[in-house]
Write a protein that binds this ligand. Structure first.
Ligand code: MHF
Ligand code: KIV
Ligand code: MG
Length: 264
């Protein structure tokens, strides 16, 4: 499992090769995405919305994440498997270690946590115990009620500066990757250039080191509100395999995301 190592993904940044990541929640889709050349698969806590039907990601439990991570892991041969630590499961360092341990034992090869420099000690302690960490910055959905909605972050200079400094601090603490969600592309570009670790964007423009999408958005089956930054790759291909291949291709050649998927 996970023949594509973290080292491989980090080398892709150095070589200017774009990284394609997508979410998966079960073995069948995970295997298909893996077959079509996706570099990394994320078991996102977005499953609270797209699988469980909640309006946000807060009700997702560690048990839920362990269950889906184990299922996805059975379908993955090559892609780097990342799992989200859900809401309130890393509010202190001890909980973070116990819960990250469960995700890693279920087959994750990296865990993702939402937040800024206050997580530096958590990142260090996870690393000391052998757990690679991806830091999620910008629109961190677990803070939706703090933000007052799923709103773009970093539009004003002060908040942009804040996000930039959180990214640097988390890299310095040992984070091996960053996901940057819903920020203006100018800020995403600045952070991507400043960091040596890969920056994966979602709604962050085309200048990051890679992209991630929620799988239901990528094949255009999300009901209700579909975020502006997502694209239905099934529409032009009529076939899920071809849709994912097209996603990987358009990430690689910079066709996705286009201006219409980007915030300024
Ligand atoms: N289907 C799906 N796709 C996602 O990308 C996603 C989830 N679910 N669930 C978990 C989080 C929540 N996410 C979201 C949800 C909504 C917006 C949204 O409404 N964005 C507005 C921007 C609003 C503004 O202008 O500030 C948009 O127009 O896209 C963004 C991210 C991203 N994640
Ligand atoms: C949208 C991505 C980055 C995520 O965190 C998730 O799917 O939960
Ligand atoms: Mg998430």
């Amino acid at each position: 499992m996970s023949k594509i190592s973290l080292t491989h993904i980090q080398k892709m940044k150095q070589n200017g090769e774009k990284i394609a990541m997508i979410t998966a929640y079960d073995a069948t889709f995970a295997r298909l995405f893996d077959d079509e050349g996706v570099h990394s698969i994320l078991v996102g806590d977005s499953l609270g919305m797209v699988v469980q039907g909640h309006n946000d990601t807060l009700p997702v439990t560690v048990d839920d994440m362990v269950y889906h991570t184990a299922n996805v892991a059975r379908g993955v041969q090559n892609a780097l498997l990342i799992a989200d630590l859900p809401f309130m499961s890393y509010s202190d360092i001890q909980s973070a270690c116990i819960n990250a341990g469960r995700l890693m034992a279920a087959g994750a090869r990296m865990v993702k946590i939402e937040g800024g420099d206050w997580l530096c000690e958590t990142v260090k302690q996870l690393n000391r115990n052998g757990v690679p960490v991806c830091a999620h910055l910008g629109l961190t959905p677990q803070s939706v009620h703090l933000f007052g909605g799923f709103r773009i972050q970093g539009r004003d200079a002060q908040r942009a500066e804040e996000i930039y400094h959180h990214a640097l601090a988390l890299q310095a603490a040992g984070a091996q990757m960053v996901v940057l969600e819903c920020v203006p592309e100018q800020l995403a570009e600045r952070i991507t250039k400043a960091l040596r670790i890969p920056v994966i964007g979602i709604g962050a423009g085309v200048r990051t080191d890679g992209q991630v999408l929620v799988m239901q958005d990528a094949i255009g089956i999300t009901s209700g509100y579909v975020p502006k930054f997502s694209k239905n790759f099934l529409a032009e291909t009529g076939d899920i395999r071809k849709a994912i291949r097209l996603y990987v291709e358009q990430v690689a050649n910079g066709q996705f995301p286009a201006a219409e998927h980007t915030f300024n």
